[in-house]
Ligand binder design. Structure first.
Ligand SMILES: Cc1cc2nc3c(=O)[nH]c(=O)nc-3n(C[C@H](O)[C@H](O)[C@H](O)COP(=O)(O)OP(=O)(O)OC[C@H]3O[C@@H](n4cnc5c(N)ncnc54)[C@H](O)[C@@H]3O)c2cc1C
Length: 382
């Protein structure tokens, strides 16, 4: 017999939901597109906030495991302009309430917290349909299908295959890309880069472009180059991105008047480059009229331009939905979904708006003006 609940996607949202259901003895299955838990470009450091991400981990019985992995001490945030003139520099001498964890570490911790057989890898969902008996069918890209679910939860990120059952809204391109690469501790320029990029995040902003270095737990830096590019730029530039001259091309084309400090993060990067076109759902994607048998959490529900909140929001959605399911029971899933969605809609809209505001501040034509004004309002104490 099928479990009552199918979760599409083993990201932070889907896994937080799975863990909460697991410890409350409610049966479920997770269908995940990835072939294995290890994806090459899912790196990056995530700050997990006290009032949502950490709260979820506490309720999920995972806070102590998280604390053993997370980086609480010595976190540093530095922002400079294109001439490397410091706009804002904050070093936490003591414990921060926003500790950092590597994304793969968070995923593995959540995966380890549910039985292996509850996650079905290499299951790329193609569509979700309501059966004539009101139960739900999930169809996969390999032509197979699984039927008979009482509830399908789309936790499958930006391009959710469950979303069309709830809203016609589609992600729209923000006009921005992050090109991601890395600087490894073995890089001959590593010591110099560490001397200015520090032990947290370093951001250089100017005229709508950004160069960001984010240190992860093994000491390496993930480098994100933020650029305004056409939507399908990756497809038309696939060869260029892989070519040895790509670093020089970037520097000459987009950063010709930047100083050597931020430029060295591109010039000396170890590569390869992965491109992330950034999308957001429109604000009017929410609310939708509740549909029995299906709901969305995380990016599937309220995809926003990256603004440092997405993982926390996704886990919080998973937790809130689980709480309603626990309260209403498997016989009351429709009521659980309605209550969850009522609570999620304003949070989801807020998250999309934060993405819009973040893009306006970080990538404005006159950046870093708005960012500088924002930092001036932040209290100087830890
Ligand atoms: C470049 C970049 C940097 C970011 N940096 C940060 C940051 O520093 N901090 C932060 O909080 N947020 C950040 N975000 C946002 C954050 O990644 C998301 O908000 C968050 O991961 C959403 O979690 P989720 O579980 O909803 O979706 P996802 O993390 O997208 O997980 C969805 C899961 O579903 C799977 N999936 C997708 N399609 C299918 C399918 N058809 N069938 C089956 N499975 C499928 C995916 O493989 C994945 O495992 C960043 C985003 C980007 C693009």
């Amino acid at each position: 017999m099928q479990p009552p609940i199918a979760i599409l996607g083993a990201g932070p949202g889907g896994l937080a939901l799975a863990r909460m259901l697991e410890i409350n003895n409610i049966d479920y299955i997770v269908f995940e597109r990835d072939e294995t838990p290890i994806a090459i470009f899912t790196g990056g450091s995530l700050d997990i906030h006290a009032d949502d991400g950490q709260l979820v981990l506490k309720e999920a019985g995972l806070l102590e495991k998280f604390k053993a992995l997370a980086r609480y001490d010595g976190q540093e945030f530095k922002s400079v302009d294109k001439d490397a003139k410091v706009i804002w520099h904050k070093k936490f001498s003591g414990q921060t309430d926003r500790p950092e964890i590597d994304r793969p570490q968070l995923r593995q911790m959540l995966l380890d917290s549910v039985p292996k057989e509850k996650i079905r890898w290499d299951c790329k969902v193609e569509s979700v349909e309501k059966q004539v008996d009101g139960l739900m069918t999930v169809r996969f890209a390999n032509g197979k299908q699984e039927s008979g679910f009482k509830l399908v939860v789309g936790a499958d990120g930006a391009w959710s295959k469950a979303r069309a059952l709830l809203t016609p809204a589609k992600p729209t391109f923000t006009g921005l890309y992050y090109l991601q690469t890395t600087i490894l501790p073995t890089n001959p320029h590593y010591a110099h880069i560490r001397s200015f990029a520090g032990s947290g995040s370093y951001t250089s902003l100017s005229s709508g472009n950004a160069i960001i270095a984010q240190q992860v737990s093994n000491g390496a830096y993930n480098i994100y180059i933020g650029l305004r590019l056409p939507e399908h730029w990756t497809k038309t530039n696939a060869e260029l991105i892989r070519s040895p001259g790509f670093r020089q091309y970037l520097i000459q084309t987009y950063f010709s008047d930047w100083s050597e400090e931020p430029l060295s993060l591109i010039r000396h990067s170890d590569g390869p480059f992965h491109s992330w076109p950034l999308y957001s759902l429109p604000l009017d994607a929410l609310p939708w009229t509740s549909v029995e048998g299906v709901t969305l959490i995380g990016d599937a529900a309220h995809l926003a331009a990256p603004n440092g909140e997405g993982v926390n929001c996704a886990m919080f959605d998973g937790y809130r939905l689980a709480r309603e399911i626990i309260r209403c029971g498997v016989e009351g899933l429709d009521e659980a979904v309605r209550c969850y969605e009522e609570d999620m809609f304003p949070r989801g809209k807020d998250s999309i708006q934060k993405g819009i505001d973040f893009v306006d501040m970080f990538f404005a034509a006159d950046a870093p003006r708005a960012f500088r004004e924002w930092t001036e309002q932040i209290p100087s104490s830890d």
